[in-house]
Every structure is written in structure tokens, then in C-alpha cells.
Design a protein around this ligand. Structure first.
Ligand SMILES: N[C@@H]1[C@@H](O)[C@H](O)[C@@H](COP(=O)(O)O)O[C@@H]1O
Length: 243
């Protein structure tokens, strides 16, 4: 794993955006794996800026998001569909038919998981996957205990994850109990992975990810086995890492 040391959140976001821009300029029909949460918001701002400055076009790009809550429709401002359109897709020239998220409002959720996984394969797999990390080591919504062999599947969200994400909702009761997420196996098939970490509250998780044992109890630890992972971490996030 290669660690890029960013000074702060802004620099982490800029460095990540330049990787995306470089990838898309190298291969205009790149397949991007995208993430939600607070961490990549700055990255998306920088990507929009690069697009506005005429430095990149997304018109041939396909994207797949990691996850979506179950039971929230597309108009719900807490859905990841809404987040992605609001914070990225509506501001760049990506074809919205090629900007994919799992449909957490599908009638048959299992069928939706199978369809999504197949769509990723049919697109030729993910060239660059952006990841954040949850405090408990989750990536996407793969909670501790998830088998490393899982592909896209339905998960019951950990109480701690619901609490952590409650800040975006009116109350904890409004946070969905389930989500659809790409599995660890789906994520590990990406050709390249860029994981973003910012802030001192993520310092312990980053240390475990880099130096801890590879275990399903800490899903992100599997990334130690991927051959092309870059971690972009700001100074605060690196505060518990032995140099
Ligand atoms: N499903 C998302 C993850 O993809 C994200 O990486 C994580 C951390 O979020 P944040 O960046 O807000 O700390 O939480 C959410 O639950």
C-alpha cells in the first residue's frame, strides 16, 4: 500500500481529484467506482472545478457507486442517489444513464444486487475505486464480520454505523436499517483503489488498516492484499501511524 501524505483535507481532495482527472484523460471511457460520506465531498468539488476549467470531460465515463440505503427513493435527500447527483453528476458532463447506483427501492432487492454486480462486470470492471473508511473499518457498507468473498449484497447496518450517519438525518429512527453494498470481493476486483482518510477520529482506523491483522472483523484490512492501493491521508488521520 502506498501512502500519500496530505497536509489537510483540502490537499487530500486535490490530490485525489488529480488522480481521477489523470485517469480519465488517459482513458476517456474509464469506469470509476465512487463513494459517499463526508470524506469525498471535497474531491467532488475539485473534480467539478477541473471540469469547469476545461481540463477533463466525463462524457464517455461510466461510474458505479459503492452503496445505497434500502427503502429511500431517489428524491429522498438522504439517498446516495440524491447525494451523487447533487454533489457531482449534475455539475459535470457524465451521461446520467452511465452513472450507476444500486436501487435501494427495488421490489426485489436480491435481484437488484445480482443485476448490479453483472453491470459492473459488463462494463469491464472498475478502473479506479474511491473509498472512504468507517470508524469500525467498514468499506462501502461492508460491516465487520462480512465475508471477504461477498459480492454485491444486502446488509443490516451496524448500530454504530447508524449512529455515525444519524448526523445527516432528522433522527436516528430515520436512518435505514439496511443497505445494498458492493461486496469486498467486488471492491477487490477494482484495478486500482484510492482510499481517502481525513481527521483525527479516523486515525485509529487508518493504523489498523495499515498495520493490523487481515481479518473480516475489520473489513478494510483486506486492502493489504490488493496490489494497487493508494491511501491519501491528511496529517490528523496519520497521527497514530508509526512512520
Ligand atoms: N457507506 C459510507 C462509506 O462509504 C463511507 O466511507 C463511510 C465513512 O463516512 P464519512 O466519510 O462520512 O466518515 O460511511 C458511510 O457509511
Amino acid at each position: 500500500m502506498h501512502i500519500i501524505k496530505a497536509e489537510n483535507y483540502k490537499e487530500m481532495s486535490e490530490l485525489a481529484a488529480s488522480k481521477i482527472v489523470e485517469q480519465v484523460n488517459k482513458k476517456s471511457d474509464s469506469v470509476l467506482g465512487l463513494a459517499t460520506g463526508s470524506t469525498p465531498e471535497g474531491l467532488y468539488k475539485e473534480v467539478i472545478q477541473a471540469y469547469k476549467d476545461g481540463n477533463v470531460s466525463f462524457k464517455n465515463v461510466t461510474s458505479f457507486n459503492l452503496d445505497e440505503y434500502v427503502g429511500l427513493n431517489k428524491d429522498n435527500d438522504q439517498s446516495y442517489y440524491y447525494y451523487m447527483h447533487h454533489l457531482l453528476f449534475d455539475h459535470i458532463d457524465i451521461n446520467s444513464d452511465q452513472a450507476n447506483l444500486p436501487n435501494g427501492d427495488a421490489n426485489d432487492l436480491q435481484e437488484e444486487c445480482n443485476r448490479y454486480e453483472k453491470a459492473i462486470q459488463q462494463a469491464g470492471g472498475i478502473d479506479i475505486q474511491i473509498l472512504g473508511i468507517g470508524l469500525n473499518g467498514h468499506i462501502g457498507f461492508n460491516e465487520p464480520g462480512t465475508l471477504f468473498s461477498m459480492q454485491t449484497h444486502i446488509v443490516d447496518l451496524d448500530e454504530s454505523t447508524r449512529q455515525a450517519n444519524a448526523r445527516f438525518f432528522n433522527s436516528i429512527e430515520d436512518v435505514p436499517l439496511q443497505a445494498i453494498t458492493m461486496g469486498i470481493d467486488s471492491i477487490m476486483q477494482s484495478k486500482e483503489i484510492i482510499l481517502l482518510v481525513s481527521g483525527s477520529q479516523k486515525a485509529e482506523a487508518l493504523d489498523k488498516l495499515v498495520n493490523g491483522p487481515i481479518t473480516e472483523d475489520f473489513p478494510a484490512s483486506i486492502l493489504q492484499k490488493h496490489s494497487n492501493v493508494t491511501i491519501i491521508a491528511d496529517r490528523e488521520a496519520r497521527s497514530e501511524l508509526s512512520e
